[in-house]
Design a protein around this ligand. Structure first.
Ligand SMILES: [Ca+2]
Ligand SMILES: [Ca+2]
Length: 169
């Protein structure tokens, strides 16, 4: 490397012989890569917010389109999250906001596939907080999944039908 060369990976002999006119490059490269990391992180959060992500407590809810219960569950898991569940009224309200915005009811990460009438979360834990619509769950034609309606109420619903999928991250 000689004077005037473009800055590239520097070897020790280059530095020792003072042949390179870009000794500040390593520091500069580090600064640039830190800056691009921050820009990337900022863009990621911006994209989430533009997509209508809602944050409640430590959770971020992001909607992904309409899928069956099992496809939605797998999709969220692949994204490093889980199909969203309302664990309390605040989370239920936040999820209902997304439902309202999309005008599509959404699957919750709750089902009674294993034992009819016994609703559990994806990890098998029994459901504590519930917000059933009057007359639900009615297991009409064997409904084993649960959708959240825009009025914040729940209805048991066929798992194989497509509904809005909201992942919690
Ligand atoms: Ca059922
Ligand atoms: Ca029902």
């Amino acid at each position: 490397m000689t004077m005037g060369d473009a800055c590239g990976p520097l070897s020790t002999p280059d530095l020792q012989h003072g042949l390179v006119d870009c000794r500040g490059a390593p520091t500069l490269l580090l600064a640039v890569s830190t800056l691009s990391y921050h820009i990337m992180l900022f863009s990621f959060i911006l994209v989430l917010l533009l997509q209508g992500a809602v944050s409640v407590g430590e959770k971020i809810f992001v909607s992904t389109g309409q899928h069956t219960f099992s496809d939605g569950r797998d999709l969220c898991a692949r994204a490093g999250g889980a199909l969203a569940s309302s664990r309390n009224a605040a989370e239920n309200r936040a999820l209902a906001e997304i439902v309202k915005k999309n005008s599509k009811f959404a699957f919750l990460g709750i089902n009674d596939i294993q034992t009819e009438g016994k609703f559990v979360h994806l990890n098998g834990a029994p459901v504590g907080y519930t917000n059933w619509k009057q007359g639900e769950p009615n297991n009409l034609n064997n409904e084993d999944c649960v959708v959240l309606l825009e009025n914040q109420l729940w209805n048991d619903f066929p798992c194989e039908h497509k509904s809005l999928i909201i992942c919690e991250l």
